[in-house]
Design a protein around this ligand. Structure first.
Ligand code: GDP
Length: 370
C-alpha cells in the first residue's frame, strides 16, 4: 500500500497529530491482515458514497478502505551530512511514497521553537527551508555521484540510455544547487522514467500541513502564515492542508456525535485527520472502487490508471491471475437507477475486459478462473 511519511521540525505538533491519527485509527477487526508497526497509523478513508451505498443495499457489513501514515522519527538538522539519526531520517523518507510536512503556524509562548531566530518566534518559511535543504543536499549528493559516472559513458560510448540520464541530471543539478526541490521541474514522460530510477527525495509529492492555533482553524484564509505556506507550495506544485493538531487531539477523545458538534462549534465540516487523509490520497493519485453485495459493501483503494485485472489483484492475487472480466457500473448510475437490475435494464451495466482502465467510483464484480 502507498504511504505518506509525516515529517517536521521538533515542536511543530507532529506527535500530537500522529497520536490523533492513531486514535482515530481504523477498526482493527476489519483489517485482520494489516501489519502492526508502532510508527504506522492506519486510518479509514472518509467517503460519503460508502454511506449512501450502505443505505441503499443494507449489507451485513460495511468496510471502508484505509490509508497509512508513517511517523518519521530522526534528526533533521545535519541529516544530509550523514550523521547517525539524520541518516535514518533520510532513509525513512526514501521508503515512503509521499511526504506530509508539518509546519508550525500557531502562536504559543509556552512552546519553544527549535529554529529560533531573533525577532521571529514563528517562521514557517524558515522551518520549511530547514527541512527541504537537508533533502535537497542529500539529492544533490546522489545526483553528483550519478553525474560523474554517467557523463563518461554518455560521451564516449554514445549509449542512448546514458545520454538520456545525463540530460535529466543536467536539468536537475542546477535546480538543486539553487536550493530548490526537484519537484519544481517539469519533466516529460520519457524524462519521468529516468527520474523515477534516481530515487530522489525532493521529487516525492508533498503535502504541507499548516498546524494553526485552535481559535483560527475555522478561518484559515485570514492567517498570514497560511498565506505564506500556500504561496510557497504553489511554486513547488505541492498542496496545503490547514489543521490544528490540538483540536485533533481533543476530538480523538470524543464519541462520534460529540465530535460533529465540536467541529461545528469551531466552524469545521470535518476533522483535520479526515481532511489530511483525503488530501494525501489525492496527492498520491489514488481512487476508490467498490464491491457491493448483500453481505458486504466495501471500498478499495487503487491507483488511477490501473486496469481491471490489477484492480482485482488488490482483493486477492488469485483474482488477478485468473481474471476473466469485470461486471461494472458507476456509483452514480447505481444511485440514479436504484438497483443493479434497474442499471442493467437501462443498459448501463458493462462487461469490461483486461484492458479496462478503472474509474473512481466504479462498482466492480470480478469474474475469474480458480
Ligand atoms: P513534535 O515535536 O513535532 O512531535 O511536537 P509535539 O506534538 O510534541 O508538540 C509540541 C508542543 O506543541 C506540545 O506541547 C503540544 O501540545 C503543542 N502543540 C501542538 N499542536 C498545537 C496546536 O495546534 N496549538 C497549540 N497551542 N499547541 C500545540
Amino acid at each position: 500500500a502507498l504511504t505518506a511519511g509525516i515529517v517536521g521540525l521538533p515542536n511543530v505538533g507532529k506527535s500530537t497529530l500522529f497520536n490523533a491519527i492513531t486514535k482515530a485509527g481504523a477498526e482493527a477487526a476489519n483489517y485482520p491482515f494489516a501489519t502492526i508497526d508502532p510508527n504506522v497509523g492506519m486510518v479509514e478513508v472518509p467517503d460519503e458514497r460508502l454511506n449512501k451505498l450502505t443505505e441503499l443495499i443494507k449489507p451485513k457489513k460495511t468496510v471502508p478502505t484505509t490509508f497509512e501514515f508513517t511517523d518519521i522519527a530522526g534528526i533533521v538538522k545535519g541529516a544530509s551530512r550523514g550523521e547517525g539519526l539524520g541518516n535514518k531520517f533520510l532513509a525513512n523518507i526514501r521508503e515512503v511514497d509521499s511526504i506530509v510536512h508539518v509546519v508550525r503556524a500557531f502562536d504559543d509562548e509556552n512552546v519553544m521553537r527549535e529554529n529560533n531566530r531573533e525577532g521571529a518566534f514563528i517562521d514557517p518559511m524558515a522551518d520549511i527551508e530547514t527541512i527541504n535543504l537537508e533533502l535537497i543536499l542529500a539529492d544533490l549528493e546522489s545526483v553528483n555521484k550519478r553525474y560523474t559516472r554517467v557523463e563518461k559513458v554518455a560521451r564516449t560510448a554514445k549509449d542512448k540510455d546514458a545520454v538520456a540520464e545525463f540530460n535529466v541530471l543536467k536539468k536537475i543539478k542546477p535546480v538543486l544547487e539553487d536550493g530548490k526541490s526537484a519537484r519544481t521541474i517539469t519533466f516529460d514522460d520519457d524524462e519521468l522514467k529516468v527520474v523515477k530510477g534516481l530515487f530522489l527525495l525532493t521529487t516525492k509529492p508533498v503535502l504541507y500541513v499548516a498546524n494553526v492555533s485552535e481559535d483560527e482553524v475555522g478561518m484559515p484564509d485570514n492567517i498570514e502564515y497560511v498565506k505564506q505556506i500556500r504561496e510557497f507550495a504553489a511554486t513547488e506544485n505541492a498542496e496545503v492542508a490547514v489543521i490544528s493538531a490540538r483540536v485533533e487531539e481533543e476530538i480523538s477523545e470524543l464519541e462520534e456525535e460529540e465530535k460533529a458538534e465540536f467541529l461545528e462549534a469551531i466552524g469545521l465540516s470535518e476533522s483535520g485527520v479526515d481532511l489530511l487523509t483525503r488530501a494525501a490520497y489525492h496527492l498520491l493519485g489514488l481512487a476508490t472502487y467498490f464491491t457491493a453485495g448483500e453481505k458486504e459493501v466495501r471500498a478499495w483503494t487503487f491507483k488511477r490508471g490501473m486496469k481491471a485485472p490489477q484492480m482485482a489483484g488488490i482483493i486477492h492475487s488469485d483474482f488477478e491471475k485468473g481474471f476473466i472480466r469485470a461486471v461494472t457500473m458507476s456509483y452514480d448510475d447505481l444511485i440514479k437507477y436504484g438497483s443493479e437490475k434497474a442499471v442493467r435494464e437501462a443498459g448501463r451495466l458493462r462487461e469490461e475486459g483486461k484492458d479496462y482502465v478503472g474509474q473512481d467510483g466504479d462498482i466492480m464484480e470480478f469474474r475469474f478462473n480458480v
